[in-house]
Design a protein around this ligand. Structure first.
Ligand code: MN
Length: 725
């Protein structure tokens, strides 16, 4: 059993100035709270945190990481609270242990290939500190080493999960030995018979193999030494899992797998020394074509650098050789953790420096990548959290932008689910649709067939998919409403004649006319045009009787009523009425817009629109009394177009004392605000007060407010108001 003192001794080798007290506190506390608990193996539970801590020492981690490793199961499995941990070992350790506890709560159900990547990302997203992930990997390795004490089915589940989630993570982080051991243990668990069989065959010729390794090492060492290259050569049997992989992929038996042994040359020198060594190897044994890989010139996505080649060895067998420098070897073995340098002295700035150093290193690696997403995408989640990973009730992982709400989630599931989203539960509790979901939440959406997307959802959704669908659905609903109104209009107009609308619809007559009036249009387009005032019902009825002219451009005939002629004039002179009015009608262009004479809204005022019968959309101030009298079914969303600034005429009335000079002062206040006065009218009453009415050209409500304030400050002014209606 690994003892605490062994851990400390090994740490002192690489970090002589370590905070021994922190480690001792963590150890004593962990021993206390795990007391009496046992592992499935029957050993005291404490063995597990000690072993995990030992693995992190193998990775040369700092004392915060090792202390957190000693405590990693205390929040999860004992009565310990985060506050206690923080008091005892500080914020950093408490944060890491808490992070590990959160991860432990994720259940990796139904892992399929498509899902595995999401799970891995979720794990990364939840590991806000890379040390959390390293402890998690060490924890998993020790659990895999002691898997034999579990039941058969749990054993297989854990092994499969290790293969799907943790092996790729260790690979990405570049910690090769850890990845290989995890992979090997998983292989032995999932394929126990194949593993046993392979092992038996391989031990059968162990002595022979060892002699062979000795011989090859001898040849290589002397050749390289003659050339002045110092090198450490190792020959090792490859992992069972990789031998098996080779047999599977090439469909061969063990006898046919020649390169079960891999030789590794760790060169004492630089890149050039590696290429020189490669030259000597290729000069000694014939290289197998297309087996040479230059990962020095072209590092792997996880940062791995080395030269790989396969040659025909002394007995005509294939021999795999890897060549790398001491530094590259360290990177290959320890990956990211090799760059997690032990920090001497206090935490604080140093730590930030180290983080950035590490990040820079990642970015440097990134520059060498063929697929730049593969590596950095995965790690950046720790550093630039812009995504959140949540579960469906079925345990699938859904990936959303940060600050996502249940509506975003619903649209990510399916656009129909989004459109009918009526409520949501997060982790089993009802929440509002604006609720912000966080990593690891389980989200459930309630739908209702009568629910429709609402415009205010646009205020808080963050995903493009949700936004687009909501806009689109609102447009469809409003268009339908416009068509119903248009149809209603035409039907009323037709009542004056003997014809019935439904007969015209079924005869196809109406579609024919629509096609003539609106390019590519059908009767629905015609109805919409009627309701927005682009066409008049009276004209259409005339045309149906064959009276009107047949081309759309001359739809307003000379004989048309004055109002219609004016309408036609307006339309012709302003091809895009919306840009003239400064109003945009939601989702629709080319809509005739008028302002309610009752309230004269100004840009910046809160406004609503109403579809009128055949005369486009009338815009009122939201508080206008007319709004309450109008049919709510005709209501339509409108907004001010901030790109177009169109001055509008408003009336302002000031009540003043009837004194000379007051009018001059007021007009002065107005023109110094840059406004033009269109008209002035002054009346006086018997009480010696004057009513001064102005018509002003104003661009927006804010300017008007400012001017009203200015006027009210003029000496002699009793009150000043905007006059509506
Ligand atoms: Mn554990």
């Amino acid at each position: 059993m690994l003892r605490f003192n062994d851990i400390v001794d090994r740490m002192l080798e690489y970090s002589p100035g370590l905070d021994l007290e922190l480690l001792q506190k963590a150890y004593v506390y962990s021993a206390k709270v795990h007391e009496g608990q046992e592992r499935l193996s029957g050993e005291p539970y404490l063995v597990h945190p000690l072993e995990v801590a030992g693995l992190l020492v193998d990775l040369r981690m700092d004392e915060v990481t090792v202390a957190a490793a000693l405590l990693h199961d205390t929040l999860e499995d004992t009565l310990t609270t985060r506050e206690e941990l923080e008091r005892l070992c500080g914020e950093e350790v408490a944060f890491i242990v808490e992070g590990l506890t959160k991860i432990a709560k994720i259940e990796f159900t139904s892992v399929r290939e498509r899902q595995a990547e999401n799970f891995r990302k979720m794990l990364l997203a939840m590991s806000k500190d890379i040390r959390i992930l390293l402890i998690k990997l060490a924890d998993r390795l020790h659990n895999m080493r002691t898997l034999q004490f579990m039941k058969e089915d749990s054993r297989r589940r854990v092994a499969q999960e290790t293969l799907d989630i943790y092996v790729p993570l260790a690979h990405r982080l570049g910690i090769r030995w850890l990845m290989q051991e995890l992979e090997d243990l998983a292989f032995r668990t999932l394929h126990p018979h194949i593993a046993e069989d392979l092992e038996r065959q391989l031990t059968g010729n162990r002595a022979e193999r060892e002699a062979y390794i000795e011989e090859v090492i001898g040849i290589i060492s002397s050749k390289l030494l003659q050339a002045g290259i110092h090198v450490e050569v190792k020959g090792r049997l490859k992992e069972l899992s990789s031998i098996h992989k080779k047999m599977e992929s090439q469909d061969i038996t063990l006898d046919q797998v020649y390169d079960v042994i891999a030789f590794r040359l760790v060169v004492d020198g630089n890149d050039a020394a590696c290429y020189a060594a490669l030259g000597l190897i290729h000069g000694t044994w014939r290289p197998v074509p297309s087996r040479f890989k230059d990962y020095i010139g072209n590092p792997k996505p996880n940062g791995y650098r080395s030269l790989h080649t396969t040659v025909i060895g002394p007995y005509g067998e294939r021999m795999e050789v890897q060549i790398r420098t001491v530094e590259m070897n360290l990177d290959a073995e320890y990956g990211i953790s090799a760059h997690w340098k032990y920090k001497a002295g206090a935490a604080g700035e140093h730590q930030d420096d180290e983080r950035f150093l590490w990040l820079r290193q990642l970015l440097e690696w990134q520059q060498h990548l063929a697929d730049p997403h593969e590596f950095l995408d995965a790690v950046k989640l720790d550093l630039f959290p812009d995504e959140v990973f949540v579960f469906t009730p079925q345990g699938e992982v859904i990936n959303l932008p940060r600050r996502a709400t249940p509506i975003d989630f619903a649209y990510a599931i399916h656009s129909e689910v989004g459109d009918q989203c009526a409520g949501a539960k997060v982790n089993g509790k009802m929440v509002s649709l604006r609720h912000l979901i966080v990593d690891g939440d389980t989200v459930e959406v309630m739908t209702h067939p009568n629910q429709f997307p609402r415009k205010d959802w646009l205020d808080f959704v963050v995903s493009g998919k949700a936004r687009n669908h909501i806009r689109q659905s609102i447009r469809v609903v409003e268009r339908q409403r416009a068509q119903e109104l248009g149809r209603d209009l035409l039907s009323r107009e037709l009542k004056k004649t003997a014809r019935s609308l439904s007969a015209l619809e079924s005869s196809g007559e109406l579609d024919d006319l629509a096609a003539k009036e609106i390019r590519g249009g059908d009767r629905d387009a015609l109805y919409a045009a009627l309701s927005y005032g682009r066409l008049s019902a009276a004209t259409i009825v005339k045309k149906l009787h064959g009276e009107g002219e047949s081309t759309a451009s001359s739809q307003i005939s000379k004989g048309a009523p004055v109002q219609e002629r004016l309408l036609g004039f307006f339309k012709r002179s302003t091809p895009d009425p919306s840009s003239q009015s400064g109003i945009r009608v939601s989702g629709l262009s080319d809509v005739l817009v008028r302002f309610g004479g009752c309230c004269d809204p100004l840009p910046g005022d809160d406004v609503v629109g109403f579809v009128t019968r055949g005369r486009g959309v009338t815009v009122h101030a939201r508080g206008c009394r007319h709004v309450f009298e109008l049919d709510p079914a005709r209501k339509i969303d409108v907004e001010w177009d901030s790109r177009d600034v169109v001055p509008r005429k408003v009336r302002v009335r000031a009540t003043t004392r009837d004194r000379p000079g007051v009018l001059a002062k007021i007009t002065n206040a107005i023109s110094s605000a840059g406004l033009n006065i269109a008209g002035v009218k002054v009346t006086t009453d018997e009480q010696g007060r004057a009513q001064q009415s102005f018509e002003l050209w104003v661009e927006n409500a804010k300017t008007l407010d400012t001017v009203l304030k200015e006027i009210s400050r003029v000496k002699g002014v009793l009150s000043v108001d905007r006059v509506r209606g």
